[in-house]
Ligand binder design. Sequence first.
Ligand code: ADP
Length: 184
Amino acid sequence: MNTLAICPGSFDPVTYGHLDIIRRAATMFDSVIVLVSYNATKNGGTFLIPERIDFLKRTTNDIPNVSIDSYDGLTAEYAIQKGAVAIVKGLRAVSDFEDEFQQALINKQLAPDVETVFMVASQEYMYLSSSAVRQVCYFGGDINMFMPESIVGDVKKKILAAKTAREEKGAVGSARLDGEKLSL
Ligand code: ADP
């Protein structure tokens, strides 16, 4: 039997933390679809769905059994449609657990034949999240250690352009930035 797993998330943008989970999943299953989920995107996100897909394609093109897709609906529904055996999620800390646990139980109701598989984050990426990377970049920090070089330039370009646009609108000062933090 050919086994297919889905790795869903917002990937806004992809980091070494995501790539670690994707690579490990690719060794366990015959094929893996990395799914950019619309329903998982918070506040619309920073990068457009086609940009996130492009970043994922460029950073996984050396893994033959991994492909990228997006879906404007439930991950469980997508998994059934594709005949997947598993949904793979990374767990960084206890803080991830509650949401992921609830999601896994809901997905089990929606798709009883699809198992959720949790992978413990590698120690070196435990701290890494897309939102932290966006914050570091926004304030001019170095993001080279968080994602492959092939996408760093494009990630920086978009975040710094958003920063400039915001500054031109006069949105400076910590109060305004705090309020806008989620959409960075
Ligand atoms: P976030 O926006 O929090 O970075 P996503 O929604 O894009 O995360 O996450 C997609 C999947 O990747 C989730 O299962 C998430 O737990 C996992 N993930 C994200 N970052 C890491 C990391 N640093 N290590 C392991 N798994 C991660």
